[in-house]
Design a binder for this molecule. Sequence first.
Ligand code: AMP
Length: 195
Amino acid sequence: MTRLIFLGPPGAGKGTQAHLLQETRKIPHISTGEILRSHVAHNTPLGEKARVYMDQGELVPNELILNMVSERLKQPDTDNGWILDGFPRNVSQAAFMDDLIQNMHWDYDWVVNLDVPDEVLIARLLHRGEVEHRSDDHDETTIGHRLQVYRDQTEPLIDYYRQRKQLYTLNGNQPMEQVAAQLNEFLNSHHLHKS
Ligand code: AMP
């Protein structure tokens, strides 16, 4: 059983690492950004509402996100655990997650925090915007705003989880294989629970 939350700024490599772990641990990688992008691509009512926030690099309002996450986490493929990438993103989402975890009698292992300097993040995001045609990653102004939103709203979660001694910070400014190897080694030697 592995349940993990990935924390870190946009471009830190959360998606890449979560994807690798999904393969090795056979648990779903749940990215709220990806779920939202799929809603936008399919023009669902949620997608229509979320699009404007996403294009501006703002967080989508909690009332559009919370139900989406709890429904996803209750799907049968999460029986052996999950990797959350991009949620929680602010303190009220973290409080919601605490309640959900308690109500579902879940335990979770670690909050993994990927640390990467800003100049590396900006270069990576510009590259990703070109390769993936992501509308929120194509110009420096929106990228700068996404990083600011991260500093203001998401970064406080580092202390939130550090105080509970559930935070594992690792240097994300290394080749992805090296990050993955360090993460695997850590998880293999630091399981919090046995269920
Ligand atoms: P990401 O792929 O995680 O970088 O997310 C892309 C965009 O989706 C973000 O800039 C937000 O607009 C939106 N988003 C993703 N996850 C969340 C969340 N947990 N809360 C609010 N907005 C989110």
